[in-house]
Design a protein around this ligand. Structure first.
Ligand code: UDP
Length: 336
C-alpha cells in the first residue's frame, strides 16, 4: 500500500510509520511539528520507501498532492493532551475540525481510504463501564474547555461517517484509549511519561485528585497492531472501533507501580513521601472535570480481527524509563 500518515512525526504516528515500512508499504508523513518531533522520524529518513513533508494539513496544495499519490490515509494529526487542550481551546477546535474536514475532502477527490484517529474522550462522563462503541455519550457544559476537545473529535467522527454514508468514501474510526510508550512526551499532560520522568529525577510523583480515577493503558505497539489489522480490512468502512488496554488501574496504583518497577530495592510504602497529591484546580484550572473510570470494550475489534493487547504495563513502564533515561537531562524533561 501507499500510505499517508498525517501527524506522522507524533508519538503514535511515528511508531505506525515504522511498522508500515517493516511490512514493505510505502509511507509518506505530513506533520507540522507542532506537537510531533523530527527526532521521532529522523531514523527513518533515507529509507527508500519513506517520504516526509513538514507542513500543515491545512496546506491544501501539499495535502492534495500527497493524497493523490496514496491508497490509504491514517489521519492522526490533531491537538492532543488534556493540558494543551485546556490551555489552547481555539487551536484545539480549529485544528481538529478544520484539519479533518480538509483530509476527508481531499481523500474524497481521490477515493483514498481514511482511518481517523479518534479518542475515548468522546465517551465523556459516560458511567456505563466498559465503554462500547454503541453507547450514548455524555459531555459536560460548553464553558469547560476539556469538552471542546471531545466535541471536536465527535465532529470528526460524524464527518467521516457522513462522507461514508453520503459519498461512499471508505472511512473507519479508531477510538484510542490512553496509549503509552516510548516517544510520548509528558509536556502536554500525559501521566506515564510525566510520572516516570519525575521518578527518574528523584522528584515526587504528582497524583491528581485522590488518585482513585482509573484508566486502561495500552502499549503503542499493541495499538499499532490494531491499526494495521483495521487497515487490512476494507469492510470496516463506516464503523467505529475501540482500541485500548484491558487492565484497569487507578492513578495512585500506577504511581506505586512505577516506583516498584523503577526502584525494586525500595518498593512503595503506605503514604509514601515520593507520591504527592495535587488538587485538580492546581493541576489544570478551577472547575476542571476528570473522568473517574475509563475502560474500553474491545470485543468488536477482537471479534473481527482477533486482536488483543499483549504487552503488560510494567514492561511499557520499563521501556519508557529506558528511553527517557537516554535523553538528557531528565530535570529538563520534568520542567517541560
Ligand atoms: N494525572 C495525574 N498526574 C499527572 C498527570 C495526569 O494524576 O501528572 C492524571 C489525570 O488527571 C488523569 C490520568 O492521570 O486522571 C490520566 O491522564 P492523561 O492526561 O494521561 O490522560 P487522560 O485519561 O486524562 O486523557
Amino acid at each position: 500500500m501507499r500510505v499517508l500518515i498525517t501527524g506522522g512525526a507524533g508519538f503514535i504516528g511515528s511508531h505506525l510509520a515504522e511498522a508500515l515500512l517493516a511490512a514493505d508499504h510505502r509511507v509518506t508523513i505530513m506533520d507540522n511539528l507542532s506537537t510531533g518531533r523530527f527526532e521521532n522520524i529522523a531514523h527513518l529518513v533515507g529509507h527508500p520507501a519513506f517520504h516526509f513533508a513538514i507542513d500543515s494539513i491545512t496546506n491544501d496544495i501539499v495535502l492534495d498532492r500527497l493524497t493523490s499519490e496514496c491508497d490509504l490515509v491514517f489521519h492522526l494529526a490533531a491537538a492532543v493532551g488534556v493540558e494543551l487542550i485546556v490551555r489552547q481551546p481555539v487551536h484545539t477546535i480549529e485544528t481538529n475540525v478544520m484539519g479533518t474536514e480538509a483530509v476527508l475532502r481531499t481523500a474524497a477527490r481521490y477515493r483514498a481510504r481514511v482511518l481517523i484517529a479518534s479518542t475515548s474522550e468522546v465517551y465523556g462522563k459516560g458511567s456505563r463501564v466498559p465503554f462500547n462503541e454503541a453507547d450514548d455519550v455524555l459531555l459536560g457544559p460548553t464553558n469547560k474547555s476539556r469538552w471542546a476537545y471531545a466535541a471536536s473529535k465527535m465532529v470528526d467522527e460524524f464527518l467521516g461517517l457522513a462522507y461514508y454514508q453520503e459519498q461512499g468514501l471508505p472511512v473507519t474510526i479508531m477510538r484510542f484509549f490512553n496509549t503509552i510508550g516510548p516517544r510520548q512526551t509528558g509536556r502536554y499532560g500525559m501521566v506515564i511519561p510525566r510520572l516516570v520522568a519525575q521518578a527518574l529525577a528523584g522528584q515526587p510523583l504528582t497524583v491528581y485528585g485522590d488518585g482513585q480515577q482509573s484508566r486502561c493503558f495500552c502499549d503503542v505497539a499493541d495499538v499499532v497492531r490494531a491499526a494495521l489489522a483495521l487497515a487490512a480490512r476494507p469492510d470496516t468502512a463506516g464503523e467505529v472501533f475501540n482500541i485500548g488496554g484491558s487492565e484497569e488501574i487507578s492513578i495512585l496504583d500506577l504511581a506505586r507501580l512505577i516506583l516498584q518497577v523503577l526502584f525494586p530495592q525500595a518498593p512503595p510504602a503506605d503514604d509514601d513521601p515520593r507520591i504527592q497529591f495535587v488538587a485538580y484546580a492546581d493541576a489544570y484550572a478551577p472547575g476542571f472535570e476528570d473522568m473517574r473510570r475509563r475502560v474500553p470494550d474491545t470485543s468488536k475489534l477482537r471479534a473481527l480481527t482477533g486482536w488483543a493487547p499483549a504487552i503488560p504495563l510494567p514492561e511499557t513502564i520499563r521501556r519508557v524509563a529506558d528511553t527517557l533515561g537516554r535523553q538528557a537531562p531528565i530535570s529538563e524533561r520534568v520542567r517541560a
